[in-house]
Ligand binder design. Structure first.
Ligand SMILES: Cc1cc2nc3c(=O)[nH]c(=O)nc-3n(C[C@H](O)[C@H](O)[C@H](O)COP(=O)(O)OP(=O)(O)OC[C@H]3O[C@@H](n4cnc5c(N)ncnc54)[C@H](O)[C@@H]3O)c2cc1C
Length: 198
C-alpha cells in the first residue's frame, strides 16, 4: 500500500542492510525510497581513504557475513564485487613495535598467541569450539523469517521449533549464546584470556 509520499516503503539509513532490504523490496515490485543522512551510502561498510593512498572498508573489512544468497540474488559480481583473500586474518601493531598477527592457519595462530601467553594458547581450542558451536546454530537461522507474535498457529509452531533447536546447544551452549548476545566482546575475551593483544 502506497504511503502519502507515493512510496510503498521508506528505508531510513543507507547502510548495507538498508540498501539490501531496499533492493529486495524493489525486486518484489514495491516503490522504495532510501533516506541517508551522509553524502555517501554504505554506512559502516563504505570504502573510504583512511590515509592518503590507502582505501579500506571502515568497519566491514572482512566479508564474513555477506550471505552467498544475497550475492547471487543481487547479482553483485556483475556489479563489480570482487572478494580478495587476505594473507592474514588480522594484523595488530603494538605500542612496543611488536605485532600480533592472526594467521588463517590455526597452528600458526596458536604459536603466535603462545608468544604472549602460554595459558591463552592452551585455552584457544576450547574457546574456538564453544564459539563455533553457537555460531553454527545462529548461522542456521540467518535466512529464516522470524516468527511473528500475531502470525497464528504456523508462526507459533516455528517459534517452538526454533526454541527446540536452541535447546540442542545444551546448558553450556545456551549460557554461551546468552553471553554473546548480552556482553561486549572485550568483556568475554577478558574472561577467557590474560594477554592484552588477543
Ligand atoms: C569496529 C567494527 C568492525 C567491524 N568489522 C566487520 C567486518 O570485518 N566484517 C563484517 O561483515 N562486519 C563488520 N562489522 C559490522 C558491520 O560494520 C555492520 O554489521 C554493518 O555496518 C551494519 O550495517 P547496517 O546497514 O545495519 O548499519 P550501518 O552500516 O551502521 O548503516 C546505517 C546507516 O544509516 C544512516 N543513518 C542512521 N540514522 C539515520 C537517520 N536518522 N537518517 C538517515 N540516515 C541515517 C547512517 O549514516 C548509516 O549510513 C564491524 C563493525 C564494527 C563497529
Amino acid at each position: 500500500m502506497a504511503t502519502n509520499s507515493g512510496y510503498d516503503a521508506i528505508v531510513v539509513g543507507g547502510g548495507h542492510n538498508g540498501l539490501t532490504c531496499a533492493c529486495y523490496l524493489a525486486a518484489g515490485g514495491l516503490k522504495v525510497k532510501v533516506l541517508e543522512r551522509r553524502s555517501v551510502v554504505g554506512g559502516a561498510a563504505v570504502t573510504e581513504e583512511f590515509h592518503p593512498g590507502f582505501r579500506n572498508s571502515t568497519a566491514s573489512y572482512t566479508v564474513s557475513l555477506l550471505n552467498p544468497k544475497v550475492i547471487r540474488d543481487l547479482r553483485l559480481a556483475e556489479h563489480g564485487l570482487r572478494i580478495l583473500e587476505r594473507p592474514l586474518q588480522n594484523f595488530l601493531p603494538l605500542p612496543n613495535g611488536d605485532v600480533f598477527t592472526v594467521s588463517p592457519d590455526n597452528n600458526e595462530f596458536c604459536r603466535e598467541v603462545a608468544r604472549f601467553s602460554e595459558a591463552d594458547a592452551a585455552r584457544l581450542g576450547d574457546f574456538q569450539d564453544r564459539i563455533t558451536r553457537v555460531a553454527d546454530q545462529i548461522r542456521a537461522l540467518l535466512l529464516e523469517t522470524p516468527p511473528s507474535p500475531s502470525g497464528g498457529v504456523s508462526d507459533l509452531w516455528r517459534a517452538m521449533r526454533m526454541g527446540l533447536d536452541m535447546r540442542r546447544l545444551g546448558e553450556e551452549g545456551q549460557r554461551d549464546l546468552l553471553e554473546f548476545f548480552t556482553r561486549s566482546a572485550g568483556a568475554i575475551l577478558d574472561d577467557w584470556f590474560e594477554s592484552d593483544p588477543i
